[in-house]
Design a binder for this molecule. Structure first.
Ligand SMILES: [Zn+2]
Length: 325
C-alpha cells in the first residue's frame, strides 16, 4: 500500500522563510557546542515548515517498564496544556505524545493515525534507538489566528513564524496545520532525536529535521524519503555568491549562522539528502551518535560511510552532486 506523500512546504514556505529570517529565527536559543556539547537547555525552533506517525505507543508501553509512569506523566501534561488552551481544548494521549487542540478529538485521532504514528515509526526505524521516556506535547491548530493567539498569550511570541515552533526544554511543539503537515515532521524529528542523540550538533539537527519537511513514504510504508525542495535554489545562489561555508567550517561551527540561517538550513538539508542518495544517511547518523565523544564533528564518520580518506573528498563529491541536481 502506497502512502500519500507528506510534508509539503512549497511556495508558502518561501514566504515563511522570508518571514522567519526577519522575525522568527532570531529567537532561536540553541546552545550547541562542538567540543563540549551539552544537552541544549532552551531550544526554540522555528521552522519554515513541514508536516508528517498508534500501536507504537502501546508497543512502547508494553516493552517499557516505565510505561505506566510515562502514561501518568502524559496525563499530567494533558491537564496542564488543556488549561493553557482554554475551555474548548481537546486532548488525546498516545504515549509518549500528548496532543492538544481546539480541533475535535476525531481530527486529533486522524492526525495521530495518519501522520504522527507512521512518521514516528519510520523515524525510529531509520535513526532512533532510544525511545522517549518523557511526554512530548503537540499543540496543534487548524487556523492561523488561533495559533498566533496561543503563541502570543502562552509563549510571549507575538512575531513567531507562520508554521510552528518547538520549545526543547518543555518538549512542546506548537503547530499551525493551516500551512500543511511539513512543520510537524520537522519538529517531530527534533523532538525524537533529542532523546536519542542529545548532543547532536545544530547543523545536523536542523539538516535532518529539514529533510523531513518534504518527504514521502516508501511503497511499503516503512521508511521516509526526503525529497528535493525549494531550499536547493537558495543553496545554489549561496554557492555562486560565496555565502555557503566549506564543509569543514560548516560542520565545526557551534551553531548555524543567525544571519545566514536559511543558507545553513539548506546546506544541512542537502547534505542529508546527498547521504540519503548514497544510501548511508542512517548509517552516518548511528555511527556519528555512537562515536560522538571521539568524532565530535562527524568528520571520521562521514569519511567512513562514504569510503574516502578526508573531508575534502566528501566536499568534492557533495558539490558535484549538487551540480547534477
Ligand atoms: Zn528545526
Amino acid at each position: 500500500m502506497k502512502r500519500a506523500a507528506l510534508l509539503l512546504l512549497g511556495p508558502v514556505g518561501i514566504i515563511a522563510l522570508a518571514h522567519c529570517l526577519t522575525w522568527g529565527f532570531g529567537s532561536d536559543a540553541d546552545a550547541h557546542t562542538p567540543s563540549v556539547p551539552v544537552a541544549t537547555p532552551t531550544k526554540v525552533d522555528d521552522t519554515e515548515s513541514t508536516q508528517p506517525a498508534a500501536d507504537v505507543a502501546k508497543r512502547q508501553q508494553s516493552t517499557n517498564p516505565s510505561g505506566d509512569l510515562l502514561t501518568r506523566r502524559c496525563e499530567q501534561r494533558a491537564v496542564h496544556v488543556s488549561r493553557q488552551l482554554g475551555k474548548d481544548a481537546k486532548t488525546l494521549i498516545r504515549a509518549p505524545f500528548v496532543l492538544a487542540s481546539p480541533m475535535s478529538r476525531a481530527d486529533l485521532e486522524q492526525l495521530y493515525n495518519d501522520v504522527i504514528h507512521p512518521t514516528t515509526q519510520a523515524l525510529q526505524t531509520a535513526y532512533f534507538d532510544r525511545l522517549p521516556d518523557e511526554p512530548i506535547t503537540l499543540v496543534v491548530f487548524s487556523r492561523e489566528a488561533r495559533y498566533r493567539e496561543y503563541a502570543q498569550r502562552v509563549d510571549r511570541r507575538p512575531m513567531t513564524g507562520y508554521y510552528g515552533y518547538y520549545l526543547r526544554d518543555e518538549r512542546r511543539v506548537v503547530i499551525n496545520l493551516a500551512t500543511g503537515h511539513g512543520t510537524l515532521a520537522h519538529e517531530l524529528t527534533h523532538a525524537l532525536s533529542h532523546f536519542d542523540f542529545a548532543k547532536m550538533p545544530e547543523w545536523f539537527d536542523e539538516g535532518l529535521a529539514s529533510l523531513h519537511e518534504e518527504c514521502e513514504f516508501t511503497t511499503d510504508g516503512l521508511k521516509l524519503l526526503g525529497l528535493p525542495n525549494w531550499r536547493l535554489a537558495q543553496l545554489r545562489q549561496a554557492l555562486e555568491n560565496g555565502r555557503m561555508l566549506t564543509l569543514t567550517a560548516f560542520t565545526t561551527s557551534p551553531q548555524v549562522r543567525i544571519e545566514e540561517k536559511g543558507i545553513d538550513y539548506a546546506h544541512g538539508r542537502y547534505l542529508c539528502l546527498y547521504l540519503q542518495s548514497r544510501g548511508v544517511l542512517g548509517d552516518f547518523y548511528r555511527k556519528y551518535r555512537t562515536n560522538y565523544a571521539t568524532d565530535p564533528y562527524g568528520h571520521r564518520s562521514l569519511c567512513q560511510v562514504l569510503h574516502v580518506n578526508d573531508l575534502d573528498a566528501v566536499q568534492a563529491m557533495f558539490l558535484d552532486w549538487i551540480d547534477e541536481q
